[in-house]
Design a protein around this ligand. Structure first.
Ligand code: HPA
Length: 267
C-alpha cells in the first residue's frame, strides 16, 4: 500500500473496488482506514474528519492519522481540502495544487518530535508539499481539461468558525491565496514522517468579506458535491502515473522521523 488518499470535507466515498476496513494501532490511538483496489493496486482511503464527519478541524487526531499511514507502508499521500479563496484569480469550483502554507492555528499538536527518545529535531520545510506529486496532479488535470492552478499558499486557520473580513485582509496581505482549517498540522507531520504529501484544494467560496453573503458549511458542501466527480477523476487518473521510485527529496528530508512498523495490526 504505497498510496493514500486523505478525504477532507465532502470527500467520503472514494469509489474503489473491493473496499475493506482496516484498523491500525498507533501510539496516539486507533485509526480505521478503508483499503480498496484501483487498477490492481491497493490504495488506502482515510477519512480526515472520521465517520460521518464527526471531528471538527481542531479535534482531528492528525498524529494518529499520519502514523497509521506510515505503519501501512504508505509513501505518497494525496489529500483533499475545501478552501475559501482570498485570491481574485482563484474562483469557486477551481482546484489549486498548493505549494506552501501559512499557519494561523492556535491549539494543535504540531510535531512528532517531543524531545526525549526522538530528541530535539528541526525539520527542513523548504518544500512542504511534494514537487513530484504536485507535477503529476497538474499534468493530469491539464490532460483531463480540469482547471487547476499551479501553486498557492494555503493559510490554515484554527476554526471551526469561519474567518472575519479583517483576518482575510491580513491573510491576503501576508501572501495567502486560499484559506482552510486542516493543512496544519497534517502537512507538517507528513513531512516530518518523510512522506510525499500533496493537497488538491478545491475552492468552494470567496473568503469572508470578499462578498457580502454570509458563509455556510452547506455552501461548501454543495460546491464540493458539484465538483466531486472532477476531483475523483483527477485523483484516480493521477494514481497510475505515480512512479514506483520517488524522484523527490521528501523521503530524506533533513530531520525526519523514522517510524518503524511496530504496532501494525490487521483488522
Ligand atoms: N475558510 C476556512 N475554511 C474553509 C473555507 C473558508 O472560507 N471554505 C471552505 N473551508
Amino acid at each position: 500500500m504505497r498510496i493514500a488518499i486523505i478525504g477532507g470535507t465532502g470527500v467520503y466515498d472514494p469509489g474503489m473496488l473491493e473496499m475493506r476496513e482496516q484498523r491500525v494501532e498507533t501510539p496516539y490511538g486507533e485509526i480505521t482506514v478503508k483499503v480498496g483496489l484501483y487498477k490492481g493496486e491497493e490504495v488506502v482511503f482515510m477519512n480526515r474528519h472520521g465517520e460521518g464527519h464527526s471531528l471538527p478541524p481542531h479535534r482531528v487526531n492528525y498524529r494518529a492519522n499520519i502514523w497509521a499511514l506510515k505503519v501501512l507502508g504508505v509513501e505518497r499521500v494525496i489529500a483533499t481540502a475545501a478552501v475559501g479563496s482570498t485570491n481574485p484569480d482563484y474562483k469557486p469550483g477551481e482546484f489549486v495544487i498548493v505549494h506552501d502554507f501559512l499557519d494561523f492555528t492556535k491549539t494543535r499538536v504540531y510535531t512528532f518530535f517531543e524531545g526525549g527518545e526522538t530528541g530535539v529535531v528541526h525539520t527542513d520545510f523548504t518544500q512542504p508539499y511534494c514537487p513530484e506529486l504536485r507535477g503529476i496532479l497538474l499534468k493530469t488535470a491539464k490532460d483531463l481539461g480540469i482547471k487547476a492552478h499551479d501553486g498557492g499558499v494555503y493559510a490554515c486557520t484554527e476554526g471551526p468558525r469561519f474567518e472575519t473580513p479583517a483576518e482575510i485582509r491580513m491573510i491576503r496581505q501576508l501572501g495567502g491565496d486560499v484559506v482552510g482549517m486542516t493543512a496544519v498540522p497534517e502537512v507538517i507531520l507528513a513531512h516530518e514522517a518523510g512522506l510525499c504529501y500533496s493537497t488538491i484544494a478545491m475552492v468552494t467560496n470567496m473568503a469572508a468579506g470578499i462578498s457580502d453573503a454570509p458563509l455556510t458549511h452547506e455552501e461548501v458542501l454543495e460546491v464540493m458535491d458539484r465538483n466531486g466527480r472532477n476531483l475523483r477523476e483527477l485523483i484516480f487518473q493521477a494514481i497510475p502515473r505515480i512512479p514506483l521510485e520517488r524522484g523527490c527529496r521528501c523521503s530524506h528530508t533533513p530531520g525526519r522521523l523514522d517510524i518503524g512498523t511496530a504496532g501494525k495490526k490487521d483488522a
